[in-house]
Design a protein around this ligand. Structure first.
Ligand SMILES: Nc1nc2c(ncn2[C@@H]2O[C@H](COP(=O)(O)OP(=O)(O)OP(=O)(O)O)[C@@H](O)[C@H]2O)c(=O)[nH]1
Length: 205
Protein backbone atom coordinates (compact mmCIF):
# COMPACT_ATOMS: atom_id res chain seq x y z
CA UNK A 1 0.00 0.00 0.00
CA UNK A 2 1.44 3.39 -1.01
CA UNK A 3 1.36 6.30 1.41
CA UNK A 4 0.74 9.65 -0.23
CA UNK A 5 1.03 12.83 1.77
CA UNK A 6 -0.32 16.11 0.47
CA UNK A 7 -0.45 19.57 2.03
CA UNK A 8 -2.93 22.31 1.12
CA UNK A 9 -1.56 25.80 1.50
CA UNK A 10 -2.94 29.27 0.89
CA UNK A 11 -4.32 32.41 2.49
CA UNK A 12 -7.11 32.46 5.01
CA UNK A 13 -10.56 31.87 3.51
CA UNK A 14 -9.49 30.93 -0.02
CA UNK A 15 -11.42 27.67 0.29
CA UNK A 16 -8.74 25.10 1.16
CA UNK A 17 -11.11 23.09 3.34
CA UNK A 18 -13.93 23.47 0.81
CA UNK A 19 -11.73 22.12 -2.00
CA UNK A 20 -10.52 19.21 0.10
CA UNK A 21 -13.97 18.29 1.44
CA UNK A 22 -15.34 18.42 -2.13
CA UNK A 23 -12.73 15.88 -3.15
CA UNK A 24 -13.19 13.63 -0.13
CA UNK A 25 -16.98 13.68 0.17
CA UNK A 26 -18.22 15.18 -3.15
CA UNK A 27 -20.13 17.71 -1.10
CA UNK A 28 -19.76 21.44 -0.61
CA UNK A 29 -20.13 22.52 2.96
CA UNK A 30 -20.52 26.27 3.27
CA UNK A 31 -18.82 26.85 6.59
CA UNK A 32 -16.05 25.01 8.38
CA UNK A 33 -14.70 25.33 11.85
CA UNK A 34 -11.33 26.71 10.85
CA UNK A 35 -9.53 27.37 14.09
CA UNK A 36 -7.29 24.30 14.06
CA UNK A 37 -4.98 22.40 11.76
CA UNK A 38 -6.46 19.19 10.39
CA UNK A 39 -5.06 15.97 9.03
CA UNK A 40 -7.48 14.04 6.84
CA UNK A 41 -7.13 10.36 5.95
CA UNK A 42 -8.63 8.45 3.09
CA UNK A 43 -8.00 5.10 1.44
CA UNK A 44 -8.46 5.13 -2.29
CA UNK A 45 -7.59 3.25 -5.39
CA UNK A 46 -6.01 4.90 -8.42
CA UNK A 47 -4.98 2.95 -11.50
CA UNK A 48 -5.59 -0.26 -9.58
CA UNK A 49 -3.25 0.74 -6.77
CA UNK A 50 -4.42 1.00 -3.18
CA UNK A 51 -3.34 4.22 -1.52
CA UNK A 52 -3.35 5.66 1.94
CA UNK A 53 -3.88 9.35 1.45
CA UNK A 54 -3.10 11.87 4.15
CA UNK A 55 -3.87 15.53 3.54
CA UNK A 56 -2.73 18.28 5.85
CA UNK A 57 -5.06 21.29 5.91
CA UNK A 58 -3.52 23.96 8.11
CA UNK A 59 -5.56 26.66 9.72
CA UNK A 60 -4.19 29.86 8.25
CA UNK A 61 -5.39 31.89 11.22
CA UNK A 62 -2.98 30.23 13.58
CA UNK A 63 0.40 31.80 13.96
CA UNK A 64 1.90 28.31 13.83
CA UNK A 65 0.52 27.80 10.32
CA UNK A 66 2.37 30.86 9.06
CA UNK A 67 5.63 29.12 9.73
CA UNK A 68 4.35 25.73 8.57
CA UNK A 69 6.78 25.73 5.69
CA UNK A 70 9.76 26.16 7.95
CA UNK A 71 9.54 22.74 9.55
CA UNK A 72 7.42 20.05 7.89
CA UNK A 73 7.81 21.02 4.24
CA UNK A 74 9.85 17.88 3.93
CA UNK A 75 6.86 15.81 5.06
CA UNK A 76 4.62 16.36 2.06
CA UNK A 77 5.03 14.43 -1.20
CA UNK A 78 3.01 17.04 -3.03
CA UNK A 79 1.36 20.42 -2.50
CA UNK A 80 -1.83 22.15 -3.53
CA UNK A 81 -1.45 25.91 -3.32
CA UNK A 82 -4.84 27.62 -3.36
CA UNK A 83 -5.81 31.23 -4.01
CA UNK A 84 -9.15 32.94 -4.50
CA UNK A 85 -9.60 34.40 -8.00
CA UNK A 86 -11.56 37.31 -6.49
CA UNK A 87 -8.78 38.22 -4.05
CA UNK A 88 -5.51 39.55 -5.46
CA UNK A 89 -3.78 39.40 -2.07
CA UNK A 90 -4.35 35.67 -1.87
CA UNK A 91 -2.75 35.31 -5.32
CA UNK A 92 0.31 37.27 -4.20
CA UNK A 93 0.50 35.07 -1.14
CA UNK A 94 0.29 31.95 -3.34
CA UNK A 95 3.27 33.32 -5.27
CA UNK A 96 5.17 33.68 -2.02
CA UNK A 97 4.25 30.15 -0.91
CA UNK A 98 5.41 28.67 -4.22
CA UNK A 99 8.73 30.41 -3.76
CA UNK A 100 9.02 29.11 -0.20
CA UNK A 101 8.33 25.53 -1.30
CA UNK A 102 10.93 25.83 -4.03
CA UNK A 103 13.57 27.29 -1.70
CA UNK A 104 12.92 24.77 1.07
CA UNK A 105 13.06 21.87 -1.36
CA UNK A 106 16.15 23.15 -3.10
CA UNK A 107 17.95 23.22 0.23
CA UNK A 108 16.88 19.78 1.44
CA UNK A 109 16.48 17.69 -1.71
CA UNK A 110 19.43 18.60 -3.89
CA UNK A 111 19.51 16.64 -7.11
CA UNK A 112 15.97 15.32 -6.78
CA UNK A 113 13.20 16.04 -9.24
CA UNK A 114 11.00 18.93 -8.20
CA UNK A 115 8.20 18.10 -5.82
CA UNK A 116 4.79 17.96 -7.55
CA UNK A 117 2.74 21.11 -6.96
CA UNK A 118 -0.70 22.17 -8.18
CA UNK A 119 -1.64 25.85 -8.23
CA UNK A 120 -5.41 26.19 -7.84
CA UNK A 121 -7.50 29.32 -8.40
CA UNK A 122 -10.68 28.67 -6.40
CA UNK A 123 -14.07 30.43 -6.36
CA UNK A 124 -14.36 30.48 -10.14
CA UNK A 125 -18.10 31.03 -9.66
CA UNK A 126 -17.21 34.54 -8.41
CA UNK A 127 -15.81 35.54 -11.81
CA UNK A 128 -17.95 38.72 -11.81
CA UNK A 129 -15.67 39.88 -8.95
CA UNK A 130 -12.49 38.48 -10.46
CA UNK A 131 -9.22 40.20 -9.47
CA UNK A 132 -6.83 37.64 -10.97
CA UNK A 133 -7.26 36.64 -14.58
CA UNK A 134 -6.81 33.04 -15.60
CA UNK A 135 -3.73 33.84 -17.69
CA UNK A 136 -1.95 35.29 -14.64
CA UNK A 137 -2.53 32.04 -12.78
CA UNK A 138 -1.34 30.02 -15.74
CA UNK A 139 1.78 32.20 -16.09
CA UNK A 140 2.65 31.83 -12.39
CA UNK A 141 2.26 28.07 -12.69
CA UNK A 142 4.49 28.03 -15.78
CA UNK A 143 7.13 30.05 -13.95
CA UNK A 144 7.11 27.55 -11.11
CA UNK A 145 6.79 24.51 -13.36
CA UNK A 146 3.61 23.35 -11.70
CA UNK A 147 0.11 22.44 -12.87
CA UNK A 148 -2.66 24.98 -12.81
CA UNK A 149 -6.41 24.88 -12.67
CA UNK A 150 -9.27 27.17 -11.80
CA UNK A 151 -12.11 25.50 -9.90
CA UNK A 152 -15.21 26.24 -7.90
CA UNK A 153 -15.52 24.15 -4.77
CA UNK A 154 -19.02 25.57 -4.46
CA UNK A 155 -20.20 24.34 -7.85
CA UNK A 156 -18.08 21.52 -9.13
CA UNK A 157 -16.82 18.14 -8.02
CA UNK A 158 -15.46 16.78 -11.30
CA UNK A 159 -12.64 19.32 -11.79
CA UNK A 160 -11.48 18.99 -8.20
CA UNK A 161 -11.54 15.23 -8.28
CA UNK A 162 -9.58 15.34 -11.54
CA UNK A 163 -6.90 17.61 -10.17
CA UNK A 164 -6.36 15.51 -7.05
CA UNK A 165 -6.11 12.38 -9.19
CA UNK A 166 -3.56 14.01 -11.50
CA UNK A 167 -1.49 15.25 -8.57
CA UNK A 168 -1.56 11.85 -6.87
CA UNK A 169 -0.45 10.14 -10.10
CA UNK A 170 2.40 12.63 -10.40
CA UNK A 171 3.39 12.05 -6.78
CA UNK A 172 3.44 8.27 -7.30
CA UNK A 173 5.69 8.75 -10.31
CA UNK A 174 7.90 11.17 -8.36
CA UNK A 175 8.26 8.75 -5.45
CA UNK A 176 9.14 5.93 -7.80
CA UNK A 177 12.06 7.93 -9.14
CA UNK A 178 13.17 9.41 -5.89
CA UNK A 179 16.54 7.96 -5.05
CA UNK A 180 17.17 9.51 -1.67
CA UNK A 181 13.97 8.96 0.29
CA UNK A 182 13.83 11.61 2.94
CA UNK A 183 10.25 11.07 3.93
CA UNK A 184 9.41 11.24 7.57
CA UNK A 185 8.23 7.92 8.93
CA UNK A 186 7.43 6.35 12.27
CA UNK A 187 8.20 8.77 15.06
CA UNK A 188 8.59 11.64 12.61
CA UNK A 189 5.22 11.21 10.91
CA UNK A 190 3.25 14.36 10.17
CA UNK A 191 0.52 13.21 12.54
CA UNK A 192 3.05 13.31 15.35
CA UNK A 193 4.56 16.55 14.19
CA UNK A 194 1.13 18.15 14.14
CA UNK A 195 0.15 16.67 17.47
CA UNK A 196 3.37 17.89 19.01
CA UNK A 197 3.33 21.34 17.56
CA UNK A 198 -0.33 22.21 17.11
CA UNK A 199 -2.34 19.87 19.32
CA UNK A 200 -4.27 16.79 18.22
CA UNK A 201 -7.00 16.96 15.60
CA UNK A 202 -7.18 14.15 13.05
CA UNK A 203 -10.07 13.37 10.77
CA UNK A 204 -11.15 10.41 8.67
CA UNK A 205 -13.62 10.96 5.88
N1 LIG B 1 -18.44 31.37 -3.76
C1 LIG B 1 -17.60 30.45 -3.27
N2 LIG B 1 -17.33 30.40 -1.96
C2 LIG B 1 -16.46 29.43 -1.54
C3 LIG B 1 -15.85 28.51 -2.43
N3 LIG B 1 -15.03 27.72 -1.70
C4 LIG B 1 -15.13 28.13 -0.43
N4 LIG B 1 -16.00 29.16 -0.32
C5 LIG B 1 -16.36 29.89 0.90
O1 LIG B 1 -15.21 30.58 1.37
C6 LIG B 1 -15.18 30.60 2.79
C7 LIG B 1 -13.87 30.03 3.29
O2 LIG B 1 -13.80 28.66 2.93
P1 LIG B 1 -12.84 27.64 3.70
O3 LIG B 1 -12.88 26.35 2.98
O4 LIG B 1 -13.13 27.64 5.15
O5 LIG B 1 -11.44 28.36 3.47
P2 LIG B 1 -10.01 27.97 4.09
O6 LIG B 1 -9.00 28.37 3.09
O7 LIG B 1 -10.00 26.54 4.51
O8 LIG B 1 -9.98 28.94 5.34
P3 LIG B 1 -9.00 28.87 6.65
O9 LIG B 1 -9.19 27.52 7.25
O10 LIG B 1 -9.50 29.99 7.51
O11 LIG B 1 -7.64 29.10 6.16
C8 LIG B 1 -16.42 29.81 3.25
O12 LIG B 1 -17.44 30.73 3.53
C9 LIG B 1 -16.80 28.98 2.03
O13 LIG B 1 -18.17 28.70 1.97
C10 LIG B 1 -16.17 28.60 -3.82
O14 LIG B 1 -15.69 27.86 -4.66
N5 LIG B 1 -17.04 29.60 -4.18
Amino acid sequence: MNDIKLALLGSEGVGKSAVLVRFLTRRFIGEYASNANSLYHKRLSIDGRQLNLEVFDPCSQSTEARCILEEPVDWADGFIVVYNISDLTSFLNAKHILRQIKEARTDTCKGEAEVPVYLVGNKQDLCHARQVCEEEGRALARENRCHFQEVSAAEDHQEISGLFTRLIRQVMEHLKHRTDRRRYSGSKSMAKLINNVFGKRRKSV
